[in-house]
Design a protein around this ligand. Structure first.
Ligand code: SF4
Length: 190
């Protein structure tokens, strides 16, 4: 994965958008670069900015747990990254301009990892990858296509932390079902 190393070096020096001013470091990825599954979130938060890996705070722990409940190991079965690689100040949402500025890095990650399935974690990832704006509550669980790849939007785990009920039909239960659908889809692929 020499090319991913080169990408990490180049992206690590990126100053294409104002988010470069406030970051501690660029946060590129974690997980397995040979995985068939890529999860794409929004942007690094404070812990991700400090540790240099995406989804390592409470949201990331919940994401790992939900993946595990679906029979997927976040280190072995997934490559995890964000639409924007630098932390927005105050953990605000990245702007459309910041998403556009960072998009070439995401495109290169997809080109190098060649995932067969994309999971778009939250509404911002949906906007970053597919350009779709809309309520994630309506779009989650609906398979989409991105450059020939199956692509599934899911709730962001930060939202699930604020809506913690595991009752049937609640967001957490729906997300678990979405990730089971992802696992089942992966099983159908060669
Ligand atoms: S957010 Fe993306 S485009 Fe902006 S400085 Fe960081 S790596 Fe570069």
């Amino acid at each position: 994965m020499a090319d991913l190393d080169a990408l990490a070096q180049q992206c690590g020096a990126c100053r294409r958008c104002p988010l470069a001013l406030g970051r501690q470091q660029v946060v590129l990825s974690r997980g397995n670069p040979k995985a068939r599954l890529m999860l794409i979130g929004e942007a690094p938060g404070v812990q991700e900015d400090a540790l240099g890996q995406p989804f390592v705070g409470r949201s990331g722990q919940l994401l790992d747990q939900l993946l595990a409940e679906a029979g997927l190991d976040s280190s072995r079965d997934a490559y995890i990254c964000n639409g924007v690689k630098c932390r927005p100040p105050g953990n605000r949402k990245p702007t459309a301009l910041e998403l556009a500025a960072c998009r070439p890095w995401l495109q290169q990650q997809i080109a190098l990892v060649q995932p067969q399935v994309l999971v778009l974690v939250g509404a911002t990832a949906l906007q970053a990858v597919l350009g779709l704006k809309g309520p994630i509550s309506q779009l989650r669980g609906q398979w989409q296509c991105f450059e020939g790849r199956a692509c599934l939007p899911i709730f962001h785990p930060a939202y699930l932390l604020r809506n913690g009920s595991s009752q049937p039909g609640r967001p957490r239960d729906l997300t678990r079902a979405d990730l089971v659908a992802v696992r089942d889809h992966l099983l159908t692929l060669k």
